[in-house]
Ligand binder design. Structure first.
Ligand SMILES: [Zn+2]
Ligand SMILES: [Zn+2]
Length: 206
């Protein structure tokens, strides 16, 4: 009885610690990713999710992710696997940031590559994240515009979106303005959504 009591108190303490502790997120900047942009991303994630965000030292983007199928790109699926594997133990999630073009293969529900295959086998994307999972990667390559403020908004939205996937959120069907709405291959969708989760999505992660 005594042992059981001690064990259940122990479990209770463990449970309450993990409940109250803010999640710890690591940012992994790659290559020459702009430092000011990185700092803005950190502030934005802290504000949006209330996480404790730390920047790791800069690294080169993994060479094993490089492909040159349509143009020189880095496979986002390879990068998120590497990020997950290399994430220091103390963190809950890790976010890769790059200015280089990233891609993945777009598939149907059955796993086959979408048609036409030449178009979708190596498809350039804004970001990719496990759902749910520990890691995601975001690229500024396809977010660029002369309007710096708009560019920054896009970057913050894509970060919030991919972290939302890491937290288990699917694409949002509740609100056209939710940051978890499917970008549907278009930067216009990104520009059209708000920076934050809609109430339905926010309720799912709280
Ligand atoms: Zn998505
Ligand atoms: Zn939503």
């Amino acid at each position: 009885m005594k042992i059981f009591l001690v064990a259940s108190i122990g479990a209770l303490i463990l449970f309450s610690c993990s409940e109250n502790r803010p999640k710890k997120i690591a940012i992994q900047p790659y290559g020459n990713f702009d430092e000011t942009l990185k700092d803005s991303v950190i502030t934005s994630i802290e504000k949006t999710y209330g996480f404790e965000v730390t920047a790791l030292p800069y690294k080169e983007i993994p060479k094993s992710a490089f492909v040159n199928i349509k143009s020189p790109r880095y496979r986002a699926d390879t990068i998120i696997h590497i990020l997950r594997r290399e994430m220091p133990e103390e963190y809950d999630h890790i976010v890769g940031l790059t200015s280089l073009d990233i891609s993945t293969t777009k598939t149907e529900d059955n796993g086959n590559t979408l048609k036409p295959q030449y178009k979708y086998e190596d498809w350039g994307i804004f970001g990719l994240g496990f759902r749910p999972g520990a890691s995601c990667v975001i690229s500024t390559f396809r977010l660029k515009t002369a309007d710096q403020q708009l560019f920054m908004e896009r970057l913050k939205k894509v970060c919030n979106h991919e972290i939302g996937h890491n937290l288990g959120l699917p694409h949002c069907e509740s609100s056209d303005k939710c940051v978890m709405k499917d970008a549907a291959e278009s930067i216009k969708t990104v520009d059209n959504v708000h920076l934050l989760l809609c109430d339905d999505c926010a309720a799912q992660i709280n």
